[in-house]
Design a protein. Structure first.
Length: 258
């Protein structure tokens, strides 16, 4: 078995004349938090779309636990432990925070099918209890317990982003893809986000790929950082290595990260 839980090999994506990704290689080990940074339009979200199965690459392969999943659907990937959050918020606004988490666990089914639905079978009630227990644990870990009964649509943006994270981890994932999760968060909320991500990686052995424009946040949280520019990997290394790379500074960091 591969030591990498996730690999993308030689990924090309074109939108007409735009080469959004060219020959991109990426790998994630279980339990690591890897940052993906780069200027606007570098191809970060497109790479997430390819890895999560929303977009088929023009060339290249995606592997999960060493097995080729390039042609697998997003749902198949989700069932096999892959979760993502989106750059633009996607919550059920008319549901409460707690219900957003319960819905996220719904795809497992309650056990027993329609007959169990009709008879309110004991297994069904046990599953329901387990889900509610898991939802309240995750809400507590994400600092959302006091907001459990609030409508998701009425939350300030930073809290809503945290609900998205909570929803993505309601079932513990093996691979978690976070597309700008800290945008709109306060410094306090970013601290909570870091703590949740660290816990997932260190305690649950989850591999996390984090896209974020807040470079200080990425450098602090990620042991390894990959830099995309114009659809290709420009650099890869520890936070310190990437920060010191002159090409990266020219393309992205400017002088602000000095
Ligand atoms: N659906 C699409 N149709 C056409 N071009 C697209 C599409 N999606 C992305 N692109 C183009 O592909 C390139 C990569 O875009 P992508 O959204 O992946 O960048 P990004 O690194 O996520 O940028 P940002 O930091 O702004 O989120 C850009 O040139 C973008 O305009
Ligand atoms: Mg993007």
């Amino acid at each position: 078995m591969s030591k990498h839980i996730l690999e993308a090999r030689g990924i090309d994506v074109r939108f007409g004349g735009v080469h959004a990704l060219t020959g991109v290689n990426l790998h994630l080990r279980p339990g690591e938090v890897c940052g993906l940074i780069g200027p606007n339009g570098a191809g970060k979200t497109t790479l997430f779309d390819v890895v999560s199965g929303i977009r088929r690459p023009d060339r290249g392969r995606v592997l999960l636990h060493g097995a080729d999943i390039t042609r697998r659907s997003p749902v198949w990937r989700a069932r096999h432990g892959m979760r993502r959050t989106f750059q633009r918020q996607q919550l059920f606004g008319q549901l409460t925070v707690a219900d957003n988490l319960l819905v996220a666990q719904e795809w497992r089914g309650g056990g027993g099918g329609l007959a169990a639905d009709l008879l309110a079978a004991p297994t069904r009630r046990t599953h329901e209890r387990e889900r509610r227990a898991r939802a309240s644990t995750v809400l507590r870990e994400c600092g959302l317990a006091p907001l459990a009964d609030d409508y998701a649509g009425a939350l300030p943006v930073g809290r809503a982003r945290m609900v998205e994270l909570a929803r993505a981890v309601a079932d513990p994932p093996g691979v978690l893809l976070l597309d700008e999760p800290a945008s709109g968060m306060t410094a306090y909320e970013r601290g909570q986000l870091s703590a949740v991500v660290r816990h997932l990686a260190e305690e649950e052995n989850c591999a996390v790929l984090l896209v974020e424009h807040n470079v200080a946040f990425v450098m602090e949280l990620c042991a390894r950082v990959v830099v995309l520019d114009l659809g290709s990997v420009l650099a890869e290394g520890t936070a310190a290595e990437v920060r010191a790379n002159p090409e990266v500074r020219d393309a992205y960091l400017g002088t602000s990260a000095a």
